[in-house]
Design a binder for this molecule. Sequence first.
Ligand SMILES: NC(=O)c1ccc[n+]([C@@H]2O[C@H](COP(=O)([O-])OP(=O)(O)OC[C@H]3O[C@@H](n4cnc5c(N)ncnc54)[C@H](OP(=O)(O)O)[C@@H]3O)[C@@H](O)[C@H]2O)c1
Length: 325
Amino acid sequence: MLGAGSALFQIHLEEVILQDKRVIVVGASGTLGGDIVKALLDKGAKVQAMVRATSSRARLEAMGVTDFVVADLNDPASLRQALATEPRADAVVASAAGFTAHSARTKADNSKADTEGYRDLIDATKDAGVPRFILISILGCDRAPGVPHFFQKFETETYLAKTGQPYLALRAGAFLDRARDIVPDQIAKGVFPDILPGVPMALVYSRDLARYAAQAALELPESALNQSVDIGSASPATGAMVAQAFTRVLGRQIVAKPVFPALVMALAPLLACVQPRLRDNLAVMKWLRKGGYVSDDPQKQQRLFGDLPTIDEIVARYSRDKRLN
Ligand SMILES: NC(=O)c1ccc[n+]([C@@H]2O[C@H](COP(=O)([O-])OP(=O)(O)OC[C@H]3O[C@@H](n4cnc5c(N)ncnc54)[C@H](OP(=O)(O)O)[C@@H]3O)[C@@H](O)[C@H]2O)c1
């Protein structure tokens, strides 16, 4: 009886401790950023959403977020002001990225945001004395010097280590749910959109990653910090394997279909001569074909966050959340 009572006290104590923690989420208006905010709120933390003046707040307000701070990675003074606010935050979780389809619409200087902007954010975090910085990074970024927006993540990780700001970098594999999630509409037609047929990749459901980020911000011990962790599924999967998982989970036939027809792929290098963004995307595909998106050390993820999810588990959770059944 005493044991049960002390266990209850322990749970209550942990809840009280987490409720006292305050986390700033940078890029809160993004797809993953919103999921991270939700995961932190679910754990009882106080969340401050860092957004741009132009960011949509609708999804965050619907979650009950009221604490917003306006700042831009391209405006160092705004970052300093946001980070210096009292009471000091217990953690910063940085999910913002200039190089995404979502962010490209704003026509801002995205490459500068992902390089200088991130360095300014880290400096402001360190100067404010925030004890941990959780970076959403990219799997294999250290092996991708030919893909600028991947390698910039590695440079940000390197800067974190150099400045001495305590950090954890979560190097995520391929999101099943992309920023503009085209999967549900295609699944309704019996199709899984296959970006690179035949290429196995570590798969990530962004809500799992959000949960890891919240755990890293609030719960992991200090001894877990100052490293990069590959994040992915228990085994890599090709598009055809993901389609088979949907078939098993939904109980109806789902087939993988290439997103880019062969003719488009053949013409893309010509178009890339005049389209820098396309050039970068082609560099990503070339790198992926060489097996770039596969975890080097899945045991590290297992040690910090528990068993890695199988493809079927990811697809089942995704299907349930998106009501595909
Ligand atoms: N998709 C994948 O497969 C994958 C894989 C591994 C890692 N990742 C990483 O996951 C993270 C989240 O991706 P996502 O698809 O969720 O991104 P997203 O939906 O495109 O969101 C990007 C966020 O960054 C913010 N942002 C852009 N430029 C900014 C600036 N100059 N100052 C402040 N905020 C700025 C955007 O704000 P606005 O709302 O104002 O535009 C938005 O909140 C990124 O860091 C990405 O590199 C993605």
